[in-house]
Design a protein around this ligand. Structure first.
Ligand SMILES: NC(=O)c1ccc[n+]([C@@H]2O[C@H](COP(=O)([O-])OP(=O)(O)OC[C@H]3O[C@@H](n4cnc5c(N)ncnc54)[C@H](O)[C@@H]3O)[C@@H](O)[C@H]2O)c1
Length: 285
């Protein structure tokens, strides 16, 4: 028996990065997966998003683990399309137990247009609400909702500062609101035995972090910083001596929150942040 055997899990942003890692981790532990991704670029976001091939690879890898998958290309900003995609896949699988609202963009940079603010809020906040709210009608007692926030939600000024432009402001705002939203949602759903938690990664080794625009944010002193240049600066975020965590580090937390091992864990803001929060904030209750 796997740790999430028999469960059906919907994951947004599942074509690559953390979303793919969550999908494979939970498939390896016995879950069937509804894998959603836009598989297209968003103009204000300086680095490329996932491709249809990426989503197909995720689907193939899930099937290789012996689990079923419904892989659907959909933009989480479109509530109607998200409802349709999830409804169709739940029709096929017959149930839905876990929601992982993970898709996100990080359209940083002062040269990015004002639309970057709107796009960051629409994807990183609106998209999370769309995936969760489209799922709610399918969830029964014992279900688990997990939203991906960011350490940035707890470090005001880390992305929402003039150097990061309007997209940084939108990103920081969206992630802070996710933290508060999960608190309220957990309270509303507790009486019907449905849980809601947030995971908040520090720098994570995915295409979002490993991008030229992010290298410039971490190394404003250089005109054309390389990955090697940026990796010298990444550890400043964290208290532990690492520049970033791996997608699997986040997946381990997501798996725990998805499984019945955490059956009375709700409303948590689970930071997988190598001590980034305690480094930047004094203790408070
Ligand atoms: N990488 C980091 O350093 C870091 C740190 C903290 C939080 N996060 C958060 O982790 C989550 C996952 O990001 P990642 O690190 O795996 O980056 P990533 O860019 O590799 O993955 C994001 C995925 O979301 C998809 N996506 C983007 N917009 C979408 C939309 N409108 N509809 C559907 N899918 C869409 C992309 O195509 C991509 O596959 C995001 O919410 C991000 O904000 C990342």
């Amino acid at each position: 028996m796997g740790r999430v055997s028999g469960k059906v899990v919907v994951i947004s942003g599942a074509a690559r990065g953390q979303g793919r890692s969550h999908a494979l981790k939970m498939a390896a532990e016995g879950a069937d997966i509804i894998a959603l991704d836009i598989c297209a670029n968003i103009a204000s976001n300086a680095y490329a998003l996932a491709t249809p091939d990426d989503l197909a690879t995720t689907a193939r890898d899930i099937e290789a683990l012996g689990q079923r998958v419904e892989a659907i290309q959909v933009d989480v900003r479109d509530r109607g399309a998200v409802e349709e995609a999830i409804g169709k896949a739940v029709g096929t699988f017959g149930r839905l137990d876990v929601v992982v609202a993970n898709a996100g963009i990080c359209p940083l940079g002062v040269r990015r247009p004002q639309e970057a603010f709107v796009d960051a809020v629409d994807v990183d906040l609106g998209g999370v609400l769309n995936v969760i709210h489209a799922s709610l009608r399918h969830l029964e007692s014992g279900s688990s909702i997990i939203a991906t926030g960011s350490l940035a939600a707890f470090l005001r000024g880390s992305v929402d500062n003039p150097a990061s432009g309007p997209g940084g402001a939108g990103y920081g705002f969206a992630k802070r609101v996710i933290a508060e939203y999960i608190h309220e949602l957990a309270l509303q759903l507790a009486p019907v035995n449905i849980r809601a938690n947030a995971v908040h990664p520090t720098n994570c080794n995915t295409a979002m972090l490993q991008s030229d625009v992010m290298y410039r944010i971490f190394r404003p002193d250089l005109e054309h910083p390389t990955r090697e240049d940026a990796e010298l600066a990444f550890p400043a975020m964290n208290a532990m001596p690492v520049g970033f965590v791996e997608p699997e580090d986040i997946s381990n937390a997501v798996l725990f929150l998805a499984s019945d091992e955490s059956r009375y864990v709700t409303g948590q803001q689970l930071r997988i942040d190598a001590g980034g929060y305690v480094k930047a904030n004094p203790f408070h209750i």
